[in-house]
Design a protein around this ligand. Structure first.
Ligand code: HEM
Length: 203
């Protein structure tokens, strides 16, 4: 077995998952009048949604702010590094049979980039929605539109992420225990396994 995710990375992942779930569930009655009439207590739900949103960036920021975040920082550098083969894989929806994968495949990299950027977008637009008195009306209109469009995209991407995770139990277990078998790595991430065995990661 080799270490795929350290404890800080796993803590950030599951804390984010929890915060995103609370945000999505509390967003339903805020957006759909039918759900609101079923659930009631709109003011309380809006309050929970807003304050969960305010703390959303904190796990990531705290993890990145010290020596404990070295594993996370290394993986973020991996998300930013794209080989020509990986770009081709992305353009052809996974058809580049000769491609040797690194720690993350291009789909996983896109997922991480999208989720990371959506935290920034949802925080900024949510801030305008929550403290609208400080902003002109046109900002509030624009922020509502962007917040809603991203909310829809987030639900689709997270649903896809969960489906892929459930279909690949070894990868899912590695986000729980932190470890994965060398056999899995040799089949799914040979470039990463080679880096690990050489003891000098490319990043
Ligand atoms: C997973 C992330 C998020 C999702 C899916 C989401 C979704 C939504 C949706 C669908 C609405 C209803 C908008 C409308 O009425 O048209 C809403 C409202 C709102 N959101 Fe978010 N949001 C997220 C993150 C955030 C964050 C990070 C903040 C940060 C402050 C935030 C603050 C707000 C506020 C203040 C409102 C208005 C509440 C009200 O109507 O009183 N949201 N959100």
């Amino acid at each position: 077995m080799i270490v795929r995710f350290d404890s800080v990375e796993r803590l950030v992942h599951w804390t984010n998952a929890l915060l995103f779930m609370v945000l999505i569930l509390t967003a339903l009655p805020l957006y759909f009048a039918q759900v609101e009439s079923l659930v009631g207590r709109r003011a309380l739900i809006a309050e929970i949604h807003t304050w969960t949103g305010v703390i959303l960036p904190l796990p990531l920021l705290i993890a990145l702010s010290g020596s404990w975040g070295s594993g996370l920082r290394a993986d973020i550098r991996r998300f930013n590094l794209w080989t020509k083969g990986e770009l081709k894989w992305l353009m052809t929806a996974g058809k580049n049979p000769g491609l040797e994968m690194g720690k993350f495949n291009p789909g996983q990299k896109m997922n991480a980039i999208f989720v990371g950027s959506s935290i920034v977008v949802m925080f900024c637009t949510g801030f305008v929605l929550g403290w609208f008195n400080f902003f002109p009306l046109s900002w509030r209109t624009g922020a509502t539109f962007v917040h809603d469009v991203f909310a829809g995209a987030i639900v689709v991407v997270i649903a896809g992420h969960i489906v892929f995770a459930l279909a690949n139990r070894h990868a899912l277990m590695s986000m729980i225990s932190g470890r994965i078998s060398k056999l899995w790595a040799s089949q799914r991430a040979p470039r990463w396994l080679a880096e690990e065995q050489a003891g000098h990661p490319e990043i």
